[in-house]
Unconditional design. Structure first.
Length: 179
C-alpha cells in the first residue's frame, strides 16, 4: 500500500523537553515509559489473576493435560498469539512515534534485542523481561561508550549467548524440569 519507503509518523504529544538532574527527557519518552509500565501491569494482572491467564500458563506447561481437563487448547493458543500480536503492534507504534518514522524492517534488530532481554530476564517472567531489557540497554550503552559503536550492536547477542551457556532459565526465570 505504501511501498518500502519510510513514512513520517505523526507525534502523539507535543514534543517538550524536561531537564531532570542534567538529563534531558522529552514528552514522547515519558509517554512511551508510562505506556510501557501500564501495559506491563495490565499484562501481569491478565496472566496472573484471570481464568484465561491461568489457562494460558497451564497450556504452556502441558497442552495434553489441559485438553483432558476441558480447556480449549486451540483457543488459548490463538488467544496467546493475539495478545502477542497486540503487544507487538503497540510497541511498533510507540517505537515509530519515538523516532518519528515508520518503515517495514524497523523492528528487526529491536525484536532480536527484545528476545535477548527476555532470555536474560527469564522466559515466563514479565518483570524479568523488563529487568532484562534495562540491563541490555545499560550494557549496550557502556559497550558503546567504552569500546565502540560496533561493540554496542553486538552486545545483546553476546549477553544472549552467555546467559544461555551459564543460566538458561535467566535471572528471574524458574528452572523447570520436565519429565
Amino acid at each position: 500500500m505504501w511501498g518500502t519507503q519510510s513514512q513520517a509518523m505523526p507525534l502523539f504529544v507535543k514534543d517538550v523537553n524536561y531537564s531532570v538532574g542534567g538529563v534531558i527527557i522529552n514528552s514522547t519518552q515519558l509517554l512511551v515509559l508510562a505506556l510501557a509500565i501500564v501495559i506491563m501491569l495490565i499484562l501481569m494482572v491478565f496472566v496472573n489473576k484471570t481464568k484465561l491467564g491461568m489457562a494460558m500458563r497451564a497450556v504452556a506447561l502441558d497442552q495434553s493435560t489441559c485438553g483432558l481437563m476441558g480447556v480449549n487448547v486451540n483457543f488459548i493458543i490463538a488467544l496467546t498469539f493475539a495478545v502477542g500480536s497486540m503487544l507487538g503492534a503497540v510497541s511498533g507504534i510507540m517505537m515509530s512515534s519515538y523516532y518519528g518514522v515508520v518503515y517495514p524492517t524497523m523492528g528487526d534488530l529491536v525484536g532480536t534485542k527484545g528476545f535477548a532481554a527476555v532470555v536474560l530476564g527469564g522466559a515466563g517472567s514479565i518483570p524479568g523481561a523488563v529487568v532484562g531489557g534495562l540491563l541490555i540497554g545499560v550494557i549496550e550503552c557502556l559497550a558503546g561508550a567504552l569500546i565502540s559503536a560496533q561493540a554496542k550492536e553486538m552486545t545483546a547477542f553476546l549477553v544472549l549467548i552467555l546467559v544461555l551457556l551459564v543460566k538458561p532459565s535467566g535471572l528471574l526465570g524458574k528452572d523447570v524440569v520436565k519429565e
